[in-house]
Design a protein around this ligand. Structure first.
Ligand code: GDP
Ligand code: MG
Ligand code: ZN
Length: 355
């Protein structure tokens, strides 16, 4: 039997629950989400839950609605159906810029302690993408780990070279390498997982996230894709986000692969991921330095002296630009919303006069 503690429930959450008068309700954690339906796990049941109308109507954005990993207060009709009344405060919210939509964010998951960023060593290997995932993690105060996966597919010499390349650019982030085929490194990864802490699997489609979760669970809980299925881009594979409690303690959230990891409002994330850049930028002559061509740019000077990695520099600039763009679209959206607000107000005024 799973307890609330096994699911990551804390005394802080319980204090809040009582203070807000939610103690007559049950408490549970959202383990999957599908449109407006949520599966919520409590210490007694797994409910198929919907949200209370009030919660829906007062929600101003997606982040006001439950996400996988959220703690919610709920009332049940029977052993299977329940209604979500409130979301308990989150300690973290992992998000990225929504694909194809300006100024919108997509929530990946809530209440995550650490993220395992998986990168397969056989193909599509990209340190730029690792830095991207690190940035969204840091923006949400989530501790990242880098996990090189499928290491059975390359030689030890090639693996060491990859590790060398990664650690040259990325310092201070723990790096592991694993193979779910040979089990190499899997015990090491298990050892790092702490009881009642929540870990999120991040990485492109096909890097082995679900295979790893199945391995940790010691059973097939997630469907995995065969290589042929995965390379067929036309075919839509239904994947979902799901939270699982590991048999040896610890909680893992698997994610469908993300083809794009857009940067939203992640300025803190960028300055942590690219700490040396952010520190240097403080010394630039101009406050609004773009570090592209300005005189007195400390970043460019360091680059010239070979003190910074050029690929990392390019990646940093690209994400800075994305973030600035995201912020300007947010401002534009707010301006438009205001305009619409004014229109509605005027419209009401006119209507009242006419009556
Ligand atoms: N050779 C090798 N193949 C793996 C490993 N882990 C996963 N795979 C294969 O990679 C494919 C994609 O795995 P999956 O777990 O579905 O990836 P996901 O999209 O990240 O969840 C499947 O065919 C797995 O069998 C590994 O460690 N070594
Ligand atoms: Mg998967
Ligand atoms: Zn500069």
């Amino acid at each position: 039997m799973i307890t609330l503690q096994d699911l990551g429930y804390t005394s802080n959450l319980d204090t809040f629950r009582c203070e807000k008068g939610l103690d007559s309700l049950e408490v549970g954690r959202v383990i999957t989400e599908n449109k407006d339906r949520y599966l919520v796990m409590t210490d007694e049941n797994v409910y198929d839950a919907e949200i209370l109308g009030n919660l829906r109507f007062t929600a101003e954005s997606k982040s006001d609605l439950p996400a996988v990993g959220d703690w919610v207060a709920l009332s049940s009709y029977d052993d299977t159906k329940a209604l979500i009344h409130a979301i308990l405060p989150r300690n973290s919210l992992l998000e990225r810029r929504a694909v194809g939509k300006t100024g919108e964010k997509q929530i990946i998951a809530a209440n995550i302690d650490s993220a395992l960023i998986l990168m397969a060593v056989d193909r599509d290997f990209s340190i730029n993408r690792i830095e991207r995932y690190m940035t969204i993690c840091h923006a949400a105060s989530i501790k990242p780990f880098i996990v090189l996966s499928k290491i059975d597919l390359i030689s030890d010499i090639d693996l060491n070279e990859l590790i060398e390349n990664v650690t040259q650019r990325i310092k201070d982030v723990p790096l592991l390498s694993i193979s779910c085929s040979t089990n190499q490194g899997v015990d090491g990864l298990k050892n790092l997982i702490e009881y009642a802490k929540t870990y999120c699997l991040l990485g492109s489609s096909g890097v082995g996230k679900s295979t790893l979760l199945n391995k940790l669970m010691d059973e097939e809980v997630m469907t995995t894709k065969s290589i042929s299925e995965h390379s067929d881009r036309g075919q839509h594979i239904t994947t979902h986000r799901a939270l699982k409690v590991l048999p040896f303690g610890g909680i893992i959230i698997d994610n469908p692969g993300m083809r794009e990891v857009g940067i939203a409002d992640a300025s803190d994330g960028l300055s942590i991921t690219f700490e040396s850049f952010a520190e240097l930028a403080e010394e630039c002559k101009y406050k609004d330095c773009t570090h592209i061509s300005e005189s007195g740019c400390a970043v460019l000077e360091a680059l010239d002296r070979g003190k910074l990695d050029e690929d990392s520099y390019t990646n940093y600039l690209k994400m800075l630009k994305e973030q600035a763009h995201f912020e300007s679209t947010i401002t534009e959206r707010k301006r438009q919303d205001k305009e619409i607000g004014k229109l509605i107000k005027n419209f009401k005024k006119i209507n009242y006069k006419q009556r």
